[in-house]
Design a protein around this ligand. Structure first.
Ligand code: NAD
Ligand code: WQD
Length: 346
């Protein structure tokens, strides 16, 4: 049984990926400092998969502690590096925290790979690297645009660090996965997105409004050059996304990768506008959403959705879940949160 280190594994995408890795027969070691997640997620992962992942509460900014994980688990064969701070707006106000956390975490993980001879890493990148794309759907060859936030810049710099690291270490294999907009939750409704404080992202804001935690959803802009005037994104189901990580890991450990550094878009290939999402949510949840149109949010792009051909052809991966199923899973999760116990973070 191969062992995979999942950094940020109690987080939103990391928890779903841990379940899929365990379902596929991998042993998972999670490292997380719990800055944006809860220790109870481990119990919920176990409730779904029947297997409790190993867990180390470690801050990857601490190099010695990071090395300690590799000393404790010499069987680690590959890493999926999710751990990062990810709030775009917050990163504008706290740029140093974002650079310090996101860059040092990766650097310490790479240093450990060198020292402990781990050869494979999957890195969580983002469609944010494309900015406002020149043409749609956007493929992996599209130019990287100047980042419009320190968060986005950390993703660009991390991809560069990974490439530079391979120059003296060509035996290290990297897959960078550029996620579009991950949404939804595990069908069990035992794990999902758990924003701390006011959500920045559309779907948790919608579900929190529908359940009465937020009074009103603000739709940021209805004067974009799109069919209904609201902005368009490629919303990808988080379980579909998690499955792609298992395939990426299999590709690396079975040496099926064609290049030492590969990049894949992970999206559905289809764009949905904010208003379409609201309408679909109202339909699947049977609830009316209180929303109002306001001005555009600074830094938002008009529309972005993925060209998924490379991931479809090379990984043999395709998003399977439709938007209705996915929004329903988000709604079931929101309704189930109150039945679950999470430590107080307020
Ligand atoms: P998340 O915040 O739910 O999970 C990240 C986890 O990393 C959290 O549990 C947090 O506690 C942990 N963490 C952060 N810094 C750490 C550190 N220094 N040491 C140890 N643990 C640390 O976020 P997510 O949505 O699951 O995102 C996972 C990854 O995917 C991130 O790298 C994010 O930038 C990237 N990504 C996310 C999205 C999205 O919309 N969710 C889109 C594109 C890319
Ligand atoms: C989606 C759409 C908003 C909230 C972000 C990051 C990106 C990536 C994915 C990490 C936009 C609109 C939102 C609200 C709204 N993350 N909206 N009212 O901005 O596409 O992408 O998450 O890498 O880097 O920027 O996602 O969910 O915030 O917004 O109208 O209250 O919903 O304007 O059009 P976004 P989002």
């Amino acid at each position: 049984m191969k062992t995979i280190l999942v950094t940020g594994g109690t987080g939103y995408i990391g928890s779903h990926t841990t379940v899929e890795l365990q379902n596929a027969g991998y042993k998972v070691v999670i490292v997380d400092n719990l800055s944006n997640s809860y220790p109870e997620v481990i119990d919920n992962i176990e409730a779904i998969s029947g297997i409790r992942p190993s867990f180390e509460k470690i801050d990857l900014i601490d190099q010695q502690a990071t090395f300690g994980v590799f000393e404790k688990y010499p069987e680690i064969e590959a890493i999926i590096h999710f751990a990062a701070l990810k709030a775009v707006g917050e990163s504008v106000n706290m740029p140093l925290d974002y650079y310090k956390n996101n860059l040092n975490s990766l650097i310490h993980v790479l240093d450990a790979m060198r020292k402990f001879k781990v050869k494979h890493i999957v890195f969580s990148s983002s469609c944010t690297v494309y900015g406002e794309p020149d043409s749609l759907p956007v493929n992996e060859q599209a130019p990287i645009k100047k980042a419009n936030s320190p968060y986005g810049n950390t993703k660009q710099i991390c991809e560069e660090i990974l490439q530079d690291f391979r120059t003296p270490h060509p035996d290290i294999n990297v897959i960078a996965l550029r996620y579009f907009n991950p949404i939804g939750a595990h069908p069990s409704a035992l794990i999902g997105e758990l924003p701390i404080g006011i959500p920045n992202n559309l779907i948790p804001f919608i579900t929190q409004t529908a359940i009465g935690i937020r009074e009103e959803l603000k739709v940021f802009g209805d004067n974009y050059n799109t069919a209904d005037g609201s902005a368009v994104r490629d919303y990808i189901n988080v379980v579909d996304l998690a499955r792609a990580h298992v395939i990426a890991i299999e590709r690396l450990v079975s040496k099926k990768n064609k290049e030492g550094f590969e990049v894949f878009n992970l999206g559905t290939g289809k764009g949905n506008s904010v208003l379409e999402i609201i309408n679909t949510f109202e339909k699947v949840s049977g609830s009316k959403l209180n929303y109002k149109i306001v001005g555009r949010r600074e830094g938002d792009v008009e529309q972005v959705y993925a060209d998924t051909k490379f991931a479809n052809d090379e990984l043999g991966w395709k998003a399977e879940k439709g938007i209705e199923d996915t929004l329903l899973s988000a709604w079931k999760w929101e309704q189930n949160i109150k039945t679950l116990k999470f430590s107080d973070k307020s």
